[in-house]
Design a protein. Structure first.
Lengths: 287, 252
């Protein structure tokens, strides 16, 4: 009787394991499915001309170079504003801030910032940067808008990376006559750097793929030439994809999927870089 | 003559109420090993961390009293704590090597102090590693990561790192608690060398170690200094009943 019971338990365990494995596999399916689908549909569209040429025939033919360059500009612009600010904020929160009202308020703000829908950022950017500060519909205004959206990601991942550095390093460094800032600069930041970089890339990757925040602040429907200054509007991959999928009649479907493939490749490449940085740092980590 | 360290009526409490000191007064002599011993939570580590103001990092609720080092009250807010910490070095219980090479660990403090000359730095590396009895073991691999060393070797890197700054006082907080007997023996032997040049204050990890190493011994119990005497006297004929009970292993 007892023996039978034990066997039963074994079977239950096996069923449980199978279920969990199945669920893990299911979570992988959407991403794999999307990539394969886009690859099959968009792959044939990719050519040198597609990547390096301007659109013509009302965007129904030609390439998507201005959109690629535009997304590069916007991502770079976002990095310029959000990376220094985000890391500085994280250092403050992780290393200097005491647990008081101000700190709690800052944290609350960051958490809420992360929860705001991206289209609301777009409207805010329109109001503040485009109209009030008179930057116009421009790379500058769009980058600033994307920066605000990216900040919470960079701050929270960087703060986490800084906190993961063992407290003992700080104590030892201080006991050897280092100031707090010397300790942060020479030990803590150096050790947290891979984690910070991962956060930065993940944040920028999100910025690169967003449509709504740039919709009113910097994205152009079509431009015959590349933007010449930060005050010019620009084409961008996600917005271009939106435009050719919804706004242009008789659009060849291949170009749509080709554009989607380029955007996906851009974002996944950034993801891959982040993964490589993380795994290499983990292998080299001395704690 | 004023003694190297004079502690006057030192009291201290953390804001979470854990470890504290109550009205501790003692004088610490140069050229000797002074051992602070007693059961956990007695305030030994707290006292050590007062001597290089490392308690500044902790949440101290109240403190009163004075600590004079060479006649200067180091608890004064105007004291240059950076200079103090170079003068009063500390070795911790767990060997914490910084995530860099052996050599970089040793010269870390010196570089912060502004020493850039390679010859001076090389000299300090050799001198301090020899003093910590580690030179022969690591001389050929100074640029290897310090973490690759054994626990005992790492602890001696930590000691050498402190000695590189040529401090006047060396604080050791249970430096051998995680070490094997052979490494422990090496560290203890080093202490006897060190006391010729430095004022050494040790929190031992056992009563036996206290007895082996102490020139002077101070017994702490729940934040109070119960007895302070020459090591030989303390461990053969303690005056206080509590000290005797602890040494004999009746509690603790």
């Amino acid at each position: 009787m007892k023996r039978l019971f034990a066997q039963n338990r074994h079977a239950v365990q096996r069923i449980g394991f199978s279920l969990i494995t199945l669920m893990a596999v299911i979570t992988v399916l959407p991403i794999v499915g999307t990539v394969i689908f886009i690859l099959i549909k968009g792959g044939p569209a990719i050519s040198w001309e597609f990547l390096s040429g301007f659109p013509h025939d009302g965007m129904r033919a030609g390439g998507i170079l201005p959109a690629i360059i535009g997304t590069l500009y916007l991502t770079t612009g976002t990095a310029i504003f959000s990376v220094p600010l985000g890391i500085a904020a994280a250092v403050y929160l992780a290393e200097y801030a005491q647990d008081n009202r101000l700190t709690r308020l800052i944290r609350l703000a960051i958490i809420n910032l992360a929860g705001i829908p991206s289209v609301v950022y777009g409207l805010f950017g329109l109001g503040l940067f485009v109209l009030f500060l008179k930057f116009g519909t421009s790379i500058l205004a769009a980058s600033l808008t994307l920066s605000i959206m990216t900040l919470p990601v960079i701050i929270s991942t960087s703060e986490e990376a800084l906190r993961a550095v063992p407290q003992a390093f700080r104590t030892v460094s201080i006991s050897l006559g280092a100031t707090r800032w010397q300790t942060i600069r020479r030990i803590v930041l150096k050790e947290a750097l891979p984690g910070i970089l991962t956060g930065v890339i993940l944040g920028l990757e999100r910025a690169a793929g967003e449509t709504a925040p740039i919709l009113f602040t910097g994205a152009a429907f079509f431009l015959p030439r590349l933007p010449g200054s930060p005050f010019d509007a620009t084409m961008a991959l996600p917005y271009h994809l939106f435009v050719i999928s919804t706004q242009v009649p008789d659009m060849p479907i291949q170009i749509q999927y080709g554009t989607a493939l380029v955007l996906l490749a851009f974002v996944l490449t950034m993801n891959l870089i982040a993964t490589v940085i993380r795994s290499r740092a983990r292998a080299r980590r001395q704690w | 003559m004023v003694n190297k360290i004079v502690i006057e009526n030192l009291s201290l409490q953390y804001s979470d109420g854990t470890e504290s000191l109550r009205d501790v007064s003692m004088e610490i002599y140069p050229g000797s090993v002074t051992v602070l011993f007693g059961p956990a939570g007695g305030g030994k580590s707290t006292l050590l961390r007062c001597l290089n103001r490392l308690n500044d990092l902790a949440d101290v609720k109240v403190s009163s009293g004075r600590i004079l080092i060479d006649g200067e009250n180091i608890l004064d807010s105007k004291v240059d704590v950076i200079a103090l910490r170079r003068k009063v070095g500390m070795v911790f219980a767990r060997p914490v090597v910084l995530p860099m090479s052996i050599r970089e660990n040793i010269i870390y403090g010196l570089e912060l102090a502004g020493e850039k000359r390679k010859s001076k730095l090389d000299e300090a590396v050799e001198r301090s590693l020899k003093l910590a009895a580690l030179w022969d073991e690591v001389r050929s691999r100074l640029n290897d990561p310090a973490i690759a060393l054994s626990g005992g070797q790492q602890q001696r890197v930590c000691l050498a790192r402190v000695l590189a700054l040529q401090p006047e006082i060396v604080l050791l907080d249970e430096p051998t608690s995680g070490l094997d007997p052979i490494s422990t023996g090496k560290v203890e032997a080093t202490l006897q060398e060190l006391k010729k040049e430095y004022t050494v204050i040790l929190v031992p990890h056992s009563v036996q170690q206290a007895a082996r190493t102490a020139d002077q011994a101070a017994f702490f119990l729940q934040g109070e200094l119960i007895e302070y005497a020459e090591g030989k006297k303390m461990f053969t004929s303690p005056k206080q009943k509590k000290t005797e009970d602890y040494i004999m292993g009746r509690f603790g």
